[in-house]
Design a protein around this ligand. Structure first.
Ligand SMILES: C=CC1=C(C)c2cc3[nH]c(cc4nc(cc5[nH]c(cc1n2)c(C)c5CCC(=O)O)C(CCC(=O)O)=C4C)c(C)c3C=C
Ligand code: FE2
Ligand code: FE2
Length: 351
């Protein structure tokens, strides 16, 4: 095996230890055209943490019908939500903003922040090399998923470890645990949802919580994701004073024919007008940044289907994105995890 030596900043030999933070998220295509989306989906859907079926069975399906038809459909959806002014997806914009804004908060502690995507660009490997080149010999890997899943948190960390395997001088590593019911996450969610509800010109009869789904069999095999979603929603209902009827838990984004976690968001929402529930809000606390799943699958598709089924209003409540609440949360989580590496200090108040 050949090891890579990433050149560190000049003078590092005598420098004290330097901490770095690597924010990672899922990733996104480089464009909305067929080729860019196909490349992204090919990388994503070749991950054995995502599709556990034997490659002998899965690869012909992936390189046959899936990568023939899905890129066009997904590309159209990405086009609808694309940040055309920056020519990038919302997920990339918000992840970069989070890294840059967190870097400002940590600048006084001399802690650089890099960001990388599990699939697509910039890669987790690039982000890691960037930190090492800045002289970081202690790195916190921070996958930006509130709820743990092997298909998200673990595969993001796996990718960092793959890059670490090749380094001759390997930094010390910590990983940020998921934060499903961390009081700072629940408080930030509660505040941002309340603030947005106050701006609506109607009073929702129900606030549907929609999380990204997962194949049921992964949960049966031990993935803690479903429990973590339940912990988020139980804590959120408690701080907001809602019961399960007012804030039901649903799962979206089913992919393929297998059974996924239920109830499925789309049929659940479409069934509401027949029960006299015509005005709803939808929250997506499984994501800290808006993306194709929230903006298109809920904001566009579910919104249209709800109206077709007789609904009057559906308001999609934004994720934390690049709000001061989001950066306060990230600063709190990161500082907590750096205890022992950094002196303890509360997150800066944003006022
Ligand atoms: C078997 C397929 C998939 C599993 C398992 C899965 C788990 C999973 N994903 C997220 C978060 C996101 N997924 C996103 C997009 C997306 N997800 C899948 C499939 C699976 N996800 C696909 C094919 C896509 C691409 C879009 C499409 O073609 O429909 C995104 C958004 C990315 C963006 O650029 O906006 C996120 C975020 C979680 C949290 C999760 C398991 C818990
Ligand atoms: Fe997904
Ligand atoms: Fe989707």
């Amino acid at each position: 095996m050949t090891f890579i030596t990433v050149n560190r900043a000049a003078g590092h030999e005598d420098a004290p230890p330097r901490i770095g933070v690597l924010l990672s998220n899922l990733g996104t295509p480089d464009g909305t055209g067929y080729g860019a989306v196909r490349r992204y989906l090919a990388e994503f859907l070749s991950d054995r943490r995502i599709i556990e079926a034997s490659p002998l069975i899965w690869k012909p399906i992936l390189y046959g019908p899936v990568l023939t038809f899905r890129p066009r459909k997904s590309g159209e959806a990405y086009h609808r939500i694309w940040h055309h002014d920056r020519n990038e997806s919302p997920l990339r914009t918000y992840t970069r903003d989070q890294a840059e804004m967190l870097a400002t908060r940590l600048a006084g502690d001399n802690v650089p922040v890099a960001w990388g995507m599990r699939y697509g660009q910039p890669s987790i490997k690039q982000a890691l090399h960037e930190l090492v080149a800045q002289g970081c010999d202690r790195i916190l890997l921070a996958p930006l998923y509130p709820q743990y899943s092997a298909t998200t948190t673990a595969t993001a960390n796996d990718q960092a470890f793959r890059a670490l395997m090749r380094l001759r001088n390997q930094p010390a590593i910590r990983t940020l645990p998921a934060f499903a019911d961390h009081p700072a996450y629940i408080a930030a969610l509660g505040r941002s949802i309340m603030a947005r509800l106050e701006t609506l010109d109607f009073k929702p009869q129900m606030i549907v919580a929609s999380f990204h789904g997962l194949p049921k069999v992964y949960v049966e095999k031990g993935d803690s994701y479903a429990d973590e979603c339940a912990r988020t929603i139980v804590a959120l209902r408690q701080v907001m004073g809602y019961d399960a009827q007012m804030m039901p838990l649903t799962f979206q984004s089913r992919f393929g024919p297998a059974k996924w976690l239920e109830p499925y968001t789309a049929p659940f929402i479409e069934s509401l007008p027949a029960q006299g529930i015509e005005r709803i809000a939808v929250i997506t606390p499984g994501f800290i940044s808006d993306c194709i799943e929230t903006l298109d699958e809920i904001g566009n598709e579910a919104g249209e289907d709800f109206i077709k089924a007789g609904g009057k209003e559906l308001a999609l409540i934004p994720c934390l994105n690049n709000s001061p609440d989001a950066i306060d949360l990230l600063e709190t989580l990161v500082r907590e995890e750096l205890a022992g590496w950094l002196p303890r200090k509360p997150a800066a108040a944003t006022g």
